[in-house]
Design a protein around this ligand. Structure first.
Ligand code: CA
Length: 728
């Protein structure tokens, strides 16, 4: 044990004694804050997280508690006072990519992550930067981030701050100084693995998964010793080559559900890139598993089969890494229907009996209630329109699929689309009224199989689907909602319709409030019972992260990261422009009576005119070739159909000199430092010429939105700006 940890232990002991004394002398009312004030920030352990309700002034873990309910007992900000909420401070991260993190707040210090896996420690009262740690992720690795170079936050434990990086490292920092203590490469330097999820810590083990299933990787979850960084266990979510010994017995069972192709050479998928929840009484950690790789099962397992443990919820013993049970939400997954979405643990009155349940709204459109002791399915009801299955059979626990929705050699309607009925954005569960709040999406599109032409390309997108068909839906088909869901009745109680599809995660409080940021650049509070909007403030950019709440010196605060980005903002630019404004990433903190100012228009840029048509851009054959190469290699970051979503450069509006540099950029990687790596391993000079012709041709088309900074009048009015002069 080092000196600093000895000191920390000493401080924790002193704090524990003081807590005891205060409980004897004073009331519990004032005791918590006094005792906590004597504690070094960052001295979080399992006992504190399990008893988090006794110190609601702190936000100790990703979802506040191990149950990940994102419900706070704080009620100073409530339905009667929320109208007085105002900005206390804003901290600029200096980045212009998506922000998705849930800050951890402990004794006045706020720990959070931003784009490119950078960690910040702030004075929670003032927003002043205490320290910053940049893991210097190789910017070229951004090419392997399916869904923006985002990070969903840190875990704090015993004086250390833990986080994953885009290039697959798990790093422990000193919570006081930000100095690195250890650094483990969890993916053996192998792209295209990435980490965007927040680690969870259970019994001195830090648990982390990874992403990359769009590119072709094999998913796994690993537990490391919090002090040393040594590996304790690893659970692979899909089987490897069955001719070789399986790493653990669960994989022998899983391998029986795959067949007809060498799936292990294409990775198989099953990445666990976000959700976990822990039940200390059952000593079980629940982990959500992602989609297959490639997406189309006809390619990775042409003999059919469930392809375990894709799109499953795994119940794992955190001491050993052994599986207790699993529930597969989408057997034989073929639509990118991950079950990595937020898992909430709760006790519900279920047909006259108390049941310990877990709840999830995975991408596939069904809201699941599962007995978390046994894995028994209690309820599965559609929370958004669903085409792929008519219902879930409660006898078998399996979905009843609609015929012809597995592509069957033709295009088919897809709903939800691959972005899901609900993605990573955290839900919240309010135990006072029994409602779950789902940041949902209602989007219908089309998909076409790409089986015959499929060739596995390492380091590139390998879907077995033609991405171009996803452009067919008009922007008005991309709808976002905040749904208040009654999990016992299996029904929606109310919803709020958003302007765009991609909005923030959710927080609910004992003040009978629900907080959510929106893609069109606001932070809002609603009455938790009725959904009525009670308060809103401009965020300056689209908000996708979930708010958290905490208190200090008797004042309650709401903090949320505003930073437009993420998968939808990159890929679905045609619908994603809802962000409207392009301020850089900012941490916003609100309190009652707050009167700080935010200039929401700060980073709006000049937009060059699109370049004129060229001989190449009028060559239909070349443009068609370019559209295919663009869909395969460029669309997920620069937007399907070459329409940017306000995060990464909209290529149609590049300056003319950029069009002269295409080979240098795409083949020679001259813009790697800005996150644009060389793609010379997957495209050649002919492809580059065709892609360029395609983008210029797209710039000339009038049928798509042409102003990437377009803002609807209601946003301009909210910002106190004159509505734009109408184009005649
Ligand atoms: Ca996926």
């Amino acid at each position: 044990m080092g000196d600093s940890s000895r000191l920390a232990l000493g401080a924790a002991l002193v704090a524990a004694i003081i807590i005891g004394l205060i409980y004897i002398s004073g009331g519990p009312e004032q005791s918590a804050e006094v005792a906590q004030a004597t504690m070094e920030p960052g001295q979080i352990d399992g006992a504190r997280i399990i008893n988090a309700d006794s110190e609601p002034e702190n936000w100790l873990a990703h979802g506040r508690t191990y149950s990940e309910q994102r419900y706070s007992p704080l009620d100073q900000i409530n339905e009667d006072t929320v109208a007085d909420l105002g900005l206390a401070w804003a901290f600029e991260t200096g980045t212009d990519r998506g922000l998705e993190a849930s800050p951890i707040v402990d004794n006045g210090v706020m720990y959070l992550t931003g784009s490119w896996s950078i960690v910040y420690a702030l004075d929670a009262l003032t927003g002043e930067l205490l320290w910053e740690y940049d893991p210097e992720v190789p910017r070229g690795w951004g090419r392997y981030a399916c869904c923006d170079v985002v990070n969903r936050g840190v875990a704090v434990w015993n004086g250390k701050v833990y986080f994953g990086t885009i290039h697959g490292h798990l790093i422990a920092l000193d919570a006081k100084t930000g100095e690195k203590i250890w650094d483990v490469d969890t993916v053996d330097s192998k792209p295209p693995y990435t980490i965007t999820g927040a680690p969870r810590i259970v019994k001195d083990k830090v648990i982390i998964g990874n992403g990359g299933a769009e590119f072709g990787v094999r998913g796994f979850v690993t537990a490391y010793d919090t002090e040393t960084g040594e590996q304790v266990w690893r659970f692979y979510t899909v089987p490897g080559n069955p001719d070789e010994p399986f790493e653990h017995p669960e994989l022998a069972e899983a391998a029986k559900t795959w067949g007809g192709a060498k799936w292990w050479e294409m990775g198989g998928g099953g990445t666990a890139w976000d959700s976990m929840a822990y039940d200390p009484d059952l000593n079980t950690i629940y982990i959500g598993v992602g989609n297959g790789s490639p997406w189309n099962r006809d390619i990775r397992s042409p003999d059919g089969g469930d392809n375990l443990y894709l799109s499953s919820i795994l119940a794992i013993d955190p001491d050993t890494g052994k599986m207790k049970w699993y529930y597969q939400t989408t057997p034989g997954e073929s639509w990118d229907y991950t079950a990595t979405q937020h898992i909430i643990l709760a006790e519900l009155d279920w047909k006259g009996k108390k049941r310990k349940v877990l709840m999830q709204a995975p991408k596939n459109g069904f809201f699941y209630v599962i007995d978390r002791e046994t894995g028994e399915l209690l309820s599965a009801e559609k929370y958004v329109p669903v085409v792929w299955a008519s219902h879930v059979d409660m006898e078998t626990g399996r979905p009843v699929e609609n015929p012809n929705n597995r592509y069957s050699g033709r295009w088919s309607v897809v709903s939800p689309i691959p972005i899901g009925g609900h993605n990573w954005h955290p839900m919240a569960y309010n135990k006072d009224n029994g409602l779950v709040y789902i940041p949902a999406m209602e989007i219908t599109s089309a998909a076409e199989p790409d089986v015959n032409n499929f060739k596995f390309r390492p380091g590139s997108w390998n879907l077995g689907q033609d991405m171009r068909t996803q452009t067919d839906a008009p922007p008005e088909f991309f709808a976002g909602k905040l749904i208040a869901w009654d999990p016992v009745a299996g029904k929606e109680r109310w919803h709020i319709q958003h302007w765009g599809g991609w909005n923030g995660g959710v927080l609910t409080t004992a003040g009978n409030l629900v907080f959510q940021g929106t893609g069109d650049g606001f932070v809002k509070a609603h009455n938790a019972t009725t959904g009525k909007t009670l308060w809103q403030a401009p965020a300056g950019t689209g908000v996708i992260a979930p708010p958290v709440t905490w208190s200090k010196n008797g004042e309650q605060y709401i903090t949320v990261l505003a930073g437009w980005g993420g998968a939808y903002a990159l890929a679905y630019g045609r619908a994603a422009k809802a962000a409207g404004v392009s301020r850089g990433g900012t941490v916003l903190t609100f309190k009652l009576g707050g009167d700080a100012e935010l200039d929401p228009m700060r980073y709006v840029m000049d937009v060059p005119e699109p370049v004129g048509p060229t001989e190449d851009s009028q060559n239909a054959e070349l443009v068609k070739m370019g559209s295919e190469a663009f869909a395969d290699n460029c669309a997920v970051c620069h937007g399907i159909g070459a329409v940017g979503g306000g995060v990464i450069q909209d290529l149609r509006y590049s300056a003319p000199e950029v069009f002269d540099m295409y080979e240098d950029i795409v083949l020679n990687g001259v813009m790697e430092e800005r996150g644009m790596a060389s793609f010379s391993d997957v495209v050649d000079a002919d492809d580059v010429r065709a892609i360029r012709a395609y983008i210029i041709s797209r710039a000339q088309e009038g049928d798509v939105p042409t102003d990437p900074l377009y803002m609807p009048d209601y946003i301009l009015e909210e910002l106190g700006l004159a509505p734009a002069a109408d184009a005649e």
